[in-house]
Design a protein around this ligand. Structure first.
Ligand SMILES: [Ca+2]
Ligand SMILES: [Ca+2]
Ligand SMILES: [Ca+2]
Length: 318
């Protein structure tokens, strides 16, 4: 497994180095959604805050961009009069394709890529499931076929699947989103629950399993050993980093007068830098930060809601 993962990551790195050598790109693009042009569209901006580009132009709501781990494709959710569909496109905004064409029986809330890139993993409120709870499903990333339910517990909703970077499954947020009561649960590739993260016996002064605390948007470091997530366990939402077994929790944002959410560790070989959303400057903006320095770099400057960053960060582009 480890050898396979290293080879896969090396393959990604070579792909990136070749593509970097063939273009004049100097920044690492971070993709996000924003309603700055009236309703939600997908944008990209470099990690130095330059080269803002709008990638979609559609009166529908274009939300939840997710970059594949090889950086070759963006998936996202389009919500319009015909319901919610999964689209994919090239990272420059060309080649948009509707993968689902109304075939998903319910509301799609979130989308992410599988570790191998062959599947897209969704949270869906499927009317065929009891109580309308959101469950996790997968489809083919090439043509949207093979709609398959993964999560097995009808009694609770499952949100925001993120890929485990050792390729063993997905980490999801389970519970009641409206009551700010979510816990992180690891599912294996078949959807079987493998336990909460951090595990339920783990307690700190910031009790992640306490009533009313919400752990959400988990993201793995590339080696799979560390996890970041947003949590209100200390009051406002901050981003915490823990070891994969839950030890050594650390608040890596430390902005106690604002909310920090939606961390994305950037998938690939860089170990420290992550993108996230903060309202510390008055409204949701995209930031990046090293988990070591705690010094945020603001990338977007706009009164609109700039959220859901996704990117792939490589050592070679430092
Ligand atoms: Ca739109
Ligand atoms: Ca919790
Ligand atoms: Ca903003």
């Amino acid at each position: 497994m480890i050898v396979t993962r290293v080879l896969v990551l090396l393959g990604f790195a070579i792909t990136f180095l070749v593509s970097a050598a063939c273009s004049e790109q100097v920044g690492t693009p971070i993709y996000f959604q924003s309603d700055r042009d009236g309703q939600s569209e997908i944008y990209s901006i470099w990690d130095d805050g330059t080269n803002l580009q709008r990638l979609t132009t559609d009166p529908a709501e274009d939300t939840i961009p997710s970059l594949s781990l090889d950086g070759a494709k963006l998936a996202w959710i389009k919500s319009g009069n015909n319901g919610t569909d999964i689209y994919t496109m090239n990272p420059d905004g060309t080649g948009a394709q509707n993968l689902t064409n109304g075939t998903i029986p319910g509301v799609i809330d979130y989308v992410t890529w599988s570790f191998k890139g062959d599947k897209l993993v969704l949270s869906v409120s499927d009317p065929q499931v009891a109580d309308g709870n959101y469950q996790i499903y997968s489809i083919s990333s090439s043509d949207g076929s093979g709609y398959t339910r993964l999560s097995q517990d009808d009694t609770m909703s499952h949100y925001h699947p993120r890929t485990n970077m050792q390729g063993v499954g997905y980490i999801v947020s389970v519970g009641d989103l409206t009551k700010n009561s979510l816990d992180l649960l690891l599912l294996n590739l078949e959807g079987k629950a493998m336990g909460k993260v951090p595990n339920e016996t783990f307690r700190t002064s910031n009790d992640f399993q306490a009533s009313g605390t919400s752990e959400d948007f988990a993201t793995y470091q590339s080696n799979g050993r560390l996890i970041m997530f947003s949590t209100n366990a200390s009051g406002v939402f901050e981003i915490y980093r823990v070891e994969a077994d839950g030890r050594r929790p650390a608040n890596v944002t430390m902005q106690s007068d604002s909310n920090q959410t939606q961390p994305d560790w950037g998938g690939a070989l860089d170990g420290n830098t992550f993108a996230y959303v903060s309202d510390q400057d008055g409204n949701p903006e995209i930031y990046i930060q090293s988990s070591d320095t705690r010094v945020p770099t603001r990338l977007t400057v706009n009164d609109a809601n700039d959220t859901n960053p996704t990117w792939i960060k490589l050592v070679s582009s430092e």
